[in-house]
Design a protein around this ligand. Structure first.
Ligand code: GTP
Ligand code: MG
Length: 178
């Protein structure tokens, strides 16, 4: 029997791995809205999400989780608020291999803080970058008044994505249960 149903949002910039993360853990065929990428200046990849990705996973205790992926491109930012409505929280994915991941993190965090008070940060593509150290995130966290849980993950790895989903649900249970 399905006892509870949650909605979780995957957010973050183009190519961070939102669609990949949903495909990695979804137990149903993902409903995706990927189209040919015409913005190669922003990212080289072939496909980009232009609507909503949707997947589902049933966790222990029969908790059914709807997985919603946002389109990363700024031109679709009008959709972000709509997708976040009623969500348990947001998993914000940041691509470590881009030029200035801290600026991207700050920008996306500022935007999604307006729509969600339960946020988990996932730093992706860590395996790709050798020149930039991951200690930039620890330094950044030390300057913040509010510390969001932050994980180094690979969106293609099931355990990594599930770790973030579990953290988001645990966070909601601890902070927003009353
Ligand atoms: N090497 C590496 N590749 C990754 C990692 N995470 C995701 N990827 C790959 O990076 C690409 C990310 O693409 P998407 O999942 O389409 O990115 P997205 O965030 O949905 O992007 P938009 O829909 O364009 O906003 C995919 O090819 C993934 O397989 C990672 O940690 N390391
Ligand atoms: Mg996508």
């Amino acid at each position: 029997m399905i006892l509870q149903q949650y909605k979780i949002v995957f957010a973050g910039a183009m190519g961070a791995g939102k669609s990949a993360a949903i495909k990695t853990i979804s137990q149903i065929d993902v409903l995706s809205t990927e189209a040919l990428n015409t913005d190669v200046a922003a990212h080289q990849k072939n496909l980009t999400t232009v609507g909503i990705d949707y997947g589902e996973i049933v966790l222990e205790d029969d908790i059914k989780v709807g997985l919603y992926g946002t389109p990363g491109q700024e031109r679709f930012n009008f959709m972000w608020g709509v997708i976040c409505k009623g969500a348990l929280g947001t998993i914000l994915l940041i691509d470590h291999s881009i030029d200035d991941p801290i600026s991207a993190l700050e920008e996306y965090l500022a935007t999604f803080q307006e729509m969600s008070n339960n946020i988990i940060i996932g730093i992706t593509h860590v395996d790709e970058k050798t020149t930039q150290t991951t200690s930039i995130y620890r330094d950044w966290q030390q300057k913040q008044s509010h510390n969001y849980p932050l994980f180094f993950v690979d969106a293609r790895v099931k355990e990594d994505v599930l770790l973030m989903v579990d953290a988001l649900i645990a966070n909601a249970e601890v902070n927003f249960a009353h």
